[in-house]
Design a protein around this ligand. Structure first.
Ligand code: TZP
Ligand code: MG
Length: 212
């Protein structure tokens, strides 16, 4: 799949550790796919996450579902899995090893990189093979145990304004702060709990669509 920045508009992230069960994981994912997310990132990471053959089995089913709904699929920090299931992209955090080696090994898939601070941005400036960056956490988050300090709207704006790549915001994004987030120049927002904890995913996504 060719990378297009429109794919980043409504970027949903989920792993089985974010929800009560595998059944709930697929229920939430299916509703999100059916109601207008533009990209899905499978992020199986942190306490309670699956590994090995269980992760591979879930990822395979995620690939089938995303293909069915024609939504691009990105795998967090697992290049081998991304190639094995024919995902569309890979995403890396700053702690996920040598970034240049990761970019190389990910080709021809598209590549996203997380950036939390100015110095993290400076470290990747000028690198080839990056398609987008994710900036945050913008606000406090309960979805990532080892999240860095929140940078706020001002911190987000500061990095977005210099970014040579399409940038998305991440971390603590809610329906209430989404309008302010989208005014910073990002091409989209990425969320876990705004969708995974929504009582009405179709309504949440209808609201989001109408803002973008
Ligand atoms: N990276 C920075 S914050 C975060 C990740 C994966 C978690 C985002 O989850 P939520 O529930 O949208 O705050
Ligand atoms: Mg690339």
């Amino acid at each position: 799949m060719i990378f297009k920045q429109d794919m980043l508009a409504r970027y949903f992230i989920l792993g089985t550790q974010n929800v009560a069960s595998e059944a709930v994981f697929f229920e939430v994912l299916t509703q999100a796919l059916a109601n207008g997310i533009t990209l899905f990132q499978y992020r199986e990471k942190g306490p309670g996450s699956l590994t090995g053959s269980d992760k591979r089995r879930v990822a395979q089913r995620v690939r089938e579902l995303t293909t069915q709904y024609q939504v691009p699929l990105v795998i967090d920090d697992d290049i081998d899995l991304a190639h094995a299931i024919k995902a569309d992209g890979v995403h890396f955090g700053q702690g996920d090893g040598d970034i240049e080696k990761n970019i190389q090994a990910s080709q021809p898939l598209f590549v996203g990189v997380s950036v939390s601070t100015q110095s993290e941005y400076d470290r990747i400036t000028g690198l080839n093979g990056i398609d987008n960056i994710g900036i945050g956490p913008v606000f406090a988050t309960t979805s990532k145990a080892d999240a860095k300090p929140a940078i706020g709207i001002a911190g987000l704006k500061e990095i977005v304004s210099q970014s040579q790549w399409p940038a998305i915001a991440i971390g603590g994004i809610s329906q209430a702060n989404l309008p302010d987030v989208l005014k910073t120049g990002v091409v989209g927002a990425s969320v876990i709990s705004m969708i995974s904890e929504s009582e009405n995913i179709s309504q949440t996504l209808a609201y989001w669509k109408q803002l973008t």
